[in-house]
Design a protein around this ligand. Structure first.
Ligand code: NAD
Length: 529
């Protein structure tokens, strides 16, 4: 018998019950789908039940969102920013219980659970500032007495579909920006993490209600991807789907939404590499690779999956890396001494075991780890030791993202060009990094012939991005951008306006189109106007 998780102190403040409806438009909760249970990977305990959104619940929520959109878009952007700021204030009060719930439902370490809520707070602050900076450009017209400018308007409803591994932060990146942009949002979270979604929705809807806002500004629809998700992506009332998840599902979503000429923001799988050159600080590199590969139990889109090490320093680097793995503490992630908790569910453990078998079959060697942990300290069947696999660069599995703590190490001897070619030689393009103290190597890596990823770091790892700049990746990672910089533009429609403040009509490109003026090559006939 394993110790039960401390749910009572979390459920009460977060408004969770043993049975929870899974659809809300911000005022009314309902749920008519077949019951979904939420389990903790920490010990396999059933946490609570959810009644997901059935077709009628879904339709009610979207109708409410449409009505709210007509009101919310008229609220001045800085006032919308103020509401998002108040949401951030409210989140500060819930940092501890919400962070704990993230850990309990998803399994990441408590440090990372709290960190995720901190990321929500950060994006709220950022979005509040952004609400005063929804800049459009203006330029000089070629015509006298004319002014040209671009302005940005809300799109309407944004459908947000999120993955299990960042159950609260990814939603907040989307909703904080979408709200200041004047959009309303309908969120479909991953079925593995419904309780964190309900808790977040409850915190935000309280803020919206306290500020006199109507139903429909923020909505939630919990349900299976193949049903609730499909409804959302096919819904012509929803002009933008922001999707975060695997490339396989992302490809389907991109096609489905494109078929109705809707828009998507796609944040898909990564397959991130770090290059360690002979000029690197090897201790610094080993520390960063360790966090990148083992943090969140290898279940980040930005997890370090491959390390390309210059042959001369291969053994010295691996020695340092091994010593970190040797000192890793694995166990209940609510205990801050444990750096690694369980994988999200037993299916994820199976994926890892199958990948390890494939690596062996394809000619790789498991240097350490890759064991399923059992016994009293590891209840529930989701704990593993992270693996390091020494592989040839031709290993077919290297082309895929395996969402588990498996780190591939390989040598390169053909100079930095070869390392960059290996790094770029996969279908995904999310995050990348180089460890070197050589300016020429660093600048080559960052140049147009260097990394082809959306994120390219120097002397730090592939994961753990801040919210201040755009986040996202190229190639099969989908090309979407979220978070900082000008990512807000993805949530708005652009309108180009020309204003004529003269009393004349002047056409662009010098075209003359005036009655009574013969045009060259044309003979006026009698009766022509
Ligand atoms: P997943 O693709 O299984 O599910 C993601 C979401 O899509 C879930 O909410 C799921 O219910 C929904 N879904 C599934 N089928 C659908 C359909 N037909 N229509 C609409 N929605 C549907 O992904 P996952 O296992 O939850 O997450 C892990 C993946 O997410 C990894 O590949 C990881 O790299 C990726 N990820 C990417 C980023 C990024 O920013 N690039 C961030 C986090 C996670």
């Amino acid at each position: 018998m394993t110790t039960a998780l401390p749910l009572k102190p979390l459920f009460a403040p977060l408004g969770l019950k043993t049975i929870n409806p899974g659809a809300s438009d911000g005022m009314r909760w309902s749920g008519s789908g077949p019951v979904l249970d939420s389990f903790s990977p920490i010990n396999g305990q059933r946490l609570a039940a959810i009644r997901p959104a059935g077709p009628e619940d879904y339709d009610r929520v979207v109708r409410s969102a449409l009505a709210a959109s007509a009101i919310w878009r008229d609220v001045p952007a800085p006032k919308r920013g103020e509401i998002v700021r108040r949401f951030g204030q409210e989140l500060r009060k819930y940092r501890d219980p919400l962070g704990r719930l993230v850990t309990i439902e998803m399994g990441k370490s408590i440090q990372e659970g709290w960190g995720e809520v901190q990321e929500m707070i950060d994006i709220c602050d950022y979005a509040c500032g952004q609400s005063r900076m929804l800049y459009g450009v203006q330029t000089h017209s070629e015509r006298p007495g004319h002014r040209l400018y671009e302005q940005w308007h809300p799109l309407g409803i944004v459908g947000i579909v999120t993955a299990f591994n960042f159950p609260v932060a990814v939603w907040s990146w989307n909703i904080a920006l979408a709200l200041v942009c004047g959009d309303v949002c309908v969120w479909k979270p991953a079925s593995a993490t419904p309780l964190t979604a309900i808790a977040c929705q409850k915190i935000l809807e309280r803020v919206l209600r306290q500020n006199g806002l109507p139903a429909g500004v923020s909505s939630l629809v919990i349900g299976p991807g193949a049903e609730t998700g499909e409804r959302l992506i096919r819904d012509r009332r929803i002009p933008l789907i922001s999707y975060t998840g695997s490339t396989r599902t992302g490809r389907h979503i991109a096609r489905t939404v494109a078929d109705r000429l809707g828009r998507t923001i796609l944040e898909l799988g990564g397959n991130n590499a770090i290059i360690v050159t002979a000029r690197a600080d090897l201790s610094l590199a080993a520390r960063n690779v360790f966090f990148g590969a083992v943090g969140t139990a290898g279940q980040r889109c930005t997890t370090t999956r491959r390390v390309l090490i210059e042959e001369r320093v291969y053994s010295a680097f691996l020695r340092r890396l091994r010593s970190h793995y040797d000192n890793l503490t694995i166990g209940n992630p609510l205990d801050p001494r444990n750096l690694m908790g369980p994988l999200v569910n037993p299916a994820a453990v199976k994926v890892m075991e199958e990948a390890l078998a494939t690596i062996r079959a394809q000619g790789g060697r498991i240097l350490l780890g890759g064991r399923k942990l059992t016994g009293r300290k590891y209840p529930g069947g989701c704990y593993v030791t992270p693996a390091i696999a020494e592989v040839p660069s031709s290993l077919p599995l290297l082309q895929e993202e395996t969402f588990a703590p498996i780190l591939y190490v390989m040598r390169y001897r053909g100079g930095l060009e070869q390392a960059i070619a290996l790094q770029n030689g996969v279908p995904q393009g999310l995050s990348s990094a180089i460890f070197t103290n050589d300016l020429i190597e660093e600048e080559t890596f960052l140049s147009a012939r260097g990394s082809d990823c959306g994120i390219a770091n120097v002397n730090l790892g592939t994961s753990g991005a801040e919210i201040g700049l755009a986040f996202g990746g190229e190639k099969e990672t989908g090309g979407g951008r979220e978070s900082g910089s000008d990512a807000w533009k993805g949530y708005m429609r652009r309108q180009t306006s020309t204003i004529n403040w003269s009393r004349e009509t002047t056409l662009a490109q010098g075209i003359k189109f005036e009655p009574g003026q013969p045009r060259p090559g044309l003979t006026r006939k009698r009766g022509d106007p």
